[in-house]
Design a protein. Sequence first.
Length: 349
Amino acid sequence: MSGEQAERMLRWVRPRRWSITFEAAFAALLALLAWPVVALDGESDEVELVIDYLEALRDGDVEKAQTYIKPGQAVDADDSWLNEESLSSRWEIESVRHRSASNRYVHAVIASGGESVESSFLVEESGDGLRIANPYMYLTVGPGPIQALNLNGSWHTPHRDEEDVPVQVALFPGSYRLFEDVPGFPGGSAASFLAMPQDRPVALASIVGEAFAGNGELETRLNNDLIAWIDSCVRSTEAQPEGCPFSAVSEYGGVDDGVHEFKEAEDLAWAVDAYPRVRIDDGLELETLATGWVSLSGEGDVMFEGTEERVRGRCRVGFGTTTVLMLPGGQFAFTAEEGLSNTCRRGLS
């Protein structure tokens, strides 16, 4: 019985001039009828278990929190952030209660900074009593340039069995800030989220993709690091600079500048005609905004002709086989595929 219903009943009783003693007893009876509805959650062992689990995590006590997890719950994901260093106390427990016919499911709401998230915990019987069977949220990190993660100031790179396959990260419930020490990420709401158990893993891009795509400071850092990489590559005197995104090597092992194929070439020198420009989009993938071009000069013997010609290649900076990774701290590292084929184009010099 709700408080409003009880008040209506009292208004019905008073005009009938019953005794004050009876009215007080009647009010006490109404309160008693309403009491089990309010107190049910407080007396539920399942609810108390979830409250204790969340409070332990908010207090940063991982060892205590783990005593509420069902034994044998293997973490089928990277567990680098399941530690006290990765936890935060910047969140509150708003409510914990049953909202279904089964006591096995306990609904909880946590909140931080005006945001809240609701989820349900599955509580099961184990040899040591009731324990939580779904204690974690799982975050999916794709194979793009964002693989090293900073969660609440703790940097790790999730282990991958294969390079191009997404990897999952296990997180305790709570509040997490992403990339606090990366340029353009002040730790505001655009780069924070509340973790709670979900039916499916949550994609990192769905949480922080827009913050990356709209981060001008980070984009500037990305392109400055790219320019520095290109500048280091053009200092090479080889037709195929090692680990770089352009090449003038021919199919026969000589030099192909896009105009002639040379059996031998000397005095090779690279120069930048136009730097490429890239960004990280809201899917956390690398997007090319402007194509880069480099030129190659030198002298060489034209293959099969026995004549000497100037090397004058115009070669594209290719990103189709380039790996870009953001390192801890927000710097970027670039690596091109070994044995990159010729990127010089005929008719473009």
